[in-house]
Design a protein around this ligand. Structure first.
Ligand SMILES: [Zn+2]
Length: 183
């Protein structure tokens, strides 16, 4: 029996979220708060990113921002119509704003972020009708796995695991993508 469209979408959302999760684990390996993102166009991943805020010393170096910059290079311009951003944590206001500016079609996120989420947890930028572009949102895809990577990261940090097991980055202090419920 053929899969219903909805079931097919769910399966492909989970598949691409797995890719975003791989990026999150890469961030963890560098001592960064583990958030990962990929951008998908026409059914394939065209860009990836993971949080590099500590390593780059850049407050804008969130996974989503790096993935969107990468995607813009791939498509040859800032207009990211037709693209879907998969990210392991609910995007913050900066990243949600950038997605609107970049005219992405859709954001799919994993775990909610009550401390910084801009898709309804903290504020709901993405549901506002006043902007000239609206990004569709789906939340909660593989949310347990996406929250687990963050929880595990902070558990190891607290346990004082040797730094080489976490990666070479400085100790992050939680913040944007690390709500207390996840730590
Ligand atoms: Zn962000």
């Amino acid at each position: 029996m053929p899969l219903e469209d909805k079931e097919f979408d769910m399966l492909s959302d989970e598949r691409f979220m797995q890719d975003a999760l791989k990026e999150a684990w890469r961030a963890a390996g560098k001592g960064e708060v583990p958030v990962g993102a990929v951008i998908v166009k026409d059914g394939r991943v065209i860009a990836r990113g993971h949080n590099l805020r500590e390593r780059l010393g850049d407050p804008t170096a969130h996974a989503e921002m790096l993935a969107m910059r990468d995607a813009a290079l791939v498509v040859g311009g800032w207009r990211l119509n037709g693209c879907t951003l998969y990210v392991t944590m609910e995007p913050c206001p900066m990243c949600a704003g950038a997605a609107i500016q970049g005219r992405l079609d859709r954001i799919v996120y994993g775990a909610p972020d009550p401390k910084a989420g801009a898709a309804g947890s903290c504020v709901d930028i993405l549901s506002l009708d006043c902007f000239n572009h609206k990004v569709a949102v789906t939340g909660g895809v593989l949310s347990e796995k996406c929250a687990f990577v963050v929880r595990e990261f902070f558990r190891k940090l607290r346990a004082g695991e040797p730094e080489q097991n976490r990666g070479p980055g400085k100790l992050p202090e939680g913040g944007c993508h690390a709500g207390p419920d996840l730590i």
